[in-house]
Design a protein around this ligand. Structure first.
Ligand SMILES: Cc1cc2nc3c(=O)[nH]c(=O)nc-3n(C[C@H](O)[C@H](O)[C@H](O)COP(=O)(O)OP(=O)(O)OC[C@H]3O[C@@H](n4cnc5c(N)ncnc54)[C@H](O)[C@@H]3O)c2cc1C
Length: 506
């Protein structure tokens, strides 16, 4: 299994649950690729109901399955499609027809009711529809799949890059893998390799001599420092840029663009893209531009296309399963790409079915029935649960990250469990440093704790701190204005002025 995004983690779980001896290889951390950089929306399919009905049907079917099997990773915010003064009110009729044809529950509600639910929306909206959109936590999802895979005997190799695929004639027999931290190389024999490397799937397939055309479609998103809406809000029109606002935990995220790029590792964010996002946000929520923007980032969609296209928005969001035995005459390798995080489970099922067919065995998939770890009781994540758990005894534990309410014990447990000296790995596990101060108050404390729990010597701790700050800075500096600029100055005084981090021995 190559790739530790939602697709790869889903494949590893599915394969291990079917009793296959499974190894997942990821060149960085789990969900470090597109999955950890997506918009956070568990699609109802509404977005594709008119333009891409196949993708819409996949989304609603998987949405309903994930509600049962991955509830801990979901906040059931609900979704609204609204017609703003810039949108054609007649599109709402095609939207309803599309939803009904693809099985998406949809209801038109009075504008006054939509504004009662979401008072910050532009009061000029003329139509509003409800659909079962929700917010999805990618890190919880991917780690729950990985834990379940491990419980079924799978091995997960992080920071291991596949540098070559080994072939015996027309058959792939395994992979040559390099440990990115030590440089050590390792050969892994495999009867079947599943290529779930997302936007990098073309590069990986090439190692086996197969051509797969994956177009990386860059999208940028901006996180605002609080929830301007509590429901996922979409513009009711054909999918375009900056037309979705997703509430995620304590923030909300506006996105996104779709621009074809040459290399999924080179995703530049331009000022014009930022301005476009803020302007589009303004059309949904007046005053959006004055709100505090925390961070901007980009991800690369893995878009599979058989033919050359100029505009990546025209590529279907359905997934593509490529069985290279039938397609290229190369046995022992299957590629699964395209799709959405929302449809990762279905993609995993298709890939493992194809792997089983190549192995000549029949084992039924159970991931549509068996809940992920922590989702057994079927209850959704509820905003404020960390605070609620803490309120009865407010002084009981030391808080390290105030924005995300992360206690020292929780942090130490995560450091122990992850066995990592990388503060970004801890961030992905706990959301450490992802709130308004972007690590300004918590990250030097977390570094000290990492050092104290003897995971790092002082040189390595300094390197970890500096690389965390550098990563955060990348996402902050393109959007520095207003209050967040003041915050950045304060953070700068803490790290440069008070702690003199630029002089730390590394
Ligand atoms: C801007 C944007 C917004 C989006 N919003 C949504 C949304 O709201 N809802 C939704 O459902 N979907 C959304 N998507 C789509 C969704 O994020 C992707 O379809 C999904 O994350 C792809 O997952 P994946 O596991 O296939 O790929 P990835 O998550 O990219 O995983 C592939 C992994 O392969 C690894 N890899 C690459 N090469 C190698 C190698 N040689 N050796 C080992 N490992 C390797 C990479 O490091 C990476 O971690 C969005 C996409 C973008 C770009």
């Amino acid at each position: 299994m190559i790739g530790g995004g939602s697709t790869g983690a889903g494949v590893a779980r599915d394969a291990a649950m079917r009793g296959l001896k499974t190894v997942l290889v990821e060149r960085k951390d789990l969900a470090d690729g597109t999955t950890g950089r997506f918009h956070g929306l568990m699609h109802s399919g509404g977005r594709y109901a008119v333009k891409d009905p196949d993708a819409a049907k996949e989304c609603i079917a998987e949405n309903l399955i994930l509600r049962r099997t991955a509830s801990d990773c979901i906040e059931d915010t609900g979704g609204l499609f609204v017609t703003t003064p810039w949108d054609d009110p007649a599109f709402g009729d095609s939207f309803v027809v599309g939803c009904e044809a693809t099985g998406i529950p949809v209801e038109e509600i009075a504008v006054s009711e939509a504004l009662r639910r979401e008072p910050r929306l532009d009061p000029g909206i003329s139509r509003a529809f409800t659909v079962p959109d929700a917010a999805l936590d990618p890190w919880k999802l991917v780690w729950a799949c990985a834990r379940s895979a491990q419980e079924h005997g799978a091995q997960i190799l992080l920071y291991h890059r596949v540098v070559d695929l080994e072939r015996d004639g027309q058959r792939v027999t395994g992979a040559l893998v390099r440990n990115e931290l030590t440089g050590e190389e390792l050969q892994i024999h495999a009867d079947v390799v599943v290529n779930a490397a997302g936007a990098w799937a073309g590069q990986v397939a090439e190692l086996a001599g197969c051509r797969v055309s994956v177009l990386p479609g860059k999208g940028i998103m901006i996180a605002m420092n609080h929830r301007l809406v509590n429901t996922v809000v979409n513009r009711c029109k054909m999918p375009a840029d900056g037309d979705i606002l997703v509430p995620i935990r304590t923030v909300c995220v506006i996105g996104t663009t779709d621009v074809r790029v040459a290399d999924p590792d080179e995703l530049e964010v331009t000022q014009s893209e930022i301005d476009e996002m803020l302007d589009e946000g303004e059309k949904l929520v007046p005053g959006f531009r004055e709100a505090r923007a925390l961070r901007v980032w980009a991800g690369a969609r893995p878009l599979f296309s058989q033919e050359e296209v100029a505009d990546t928005r025209e590529v279907s969001r359905s997934h593509a399963l490529l069985d290279h035995r039938d397609r290229d005459g190369v046995e022992g390798i299957v590629t699964i790409t395209g799709g959405k995080t929302t449809t990762f489970r279905l993609m995993a099922q298709a890939a493992v079915d194809a792997a089983c067919a190549q192995l000549g065995i029949e084992r039924p998939c159970r991931t549509h029935e068996e809940p992920l770890p922590d989702s057994e009781d079927g209850s959704f994540y509820v905003l404020g649960s960390r605070l609620r758990a803490r309120e009865p005894v407010p002084q009981s534990e030391e808080i390290i990250c105030e924005c995300e309410l992360i206690t020292r014990q929780r942090l130490e447990e995560a450091m122990e469990r992850r066995r990592t000296g990388n503060l970004d790995d801890i961030r992905r596990t706990l959301r450490l440093g992802m709130g308004p101060c972007q690590g300004g108050f918590c990250i030097y404390r977390a570094t000290g704790i990492l050092h104290a729990v003897e995971r790092l010597d002082h040189h390595a701790a300094n390197v970890a701190l500096l690389s965390f700050l550098q990563e955060r800075w990348k996402g902050a500096h393109p959007i520095l204005y207003g209050d967040q600029l003041r915050q950045a100055r304060l953070d700068d005084w803490i790290f440069q002025g008070l702690l003199g981090v630029q002089h730390l021995p590394t």
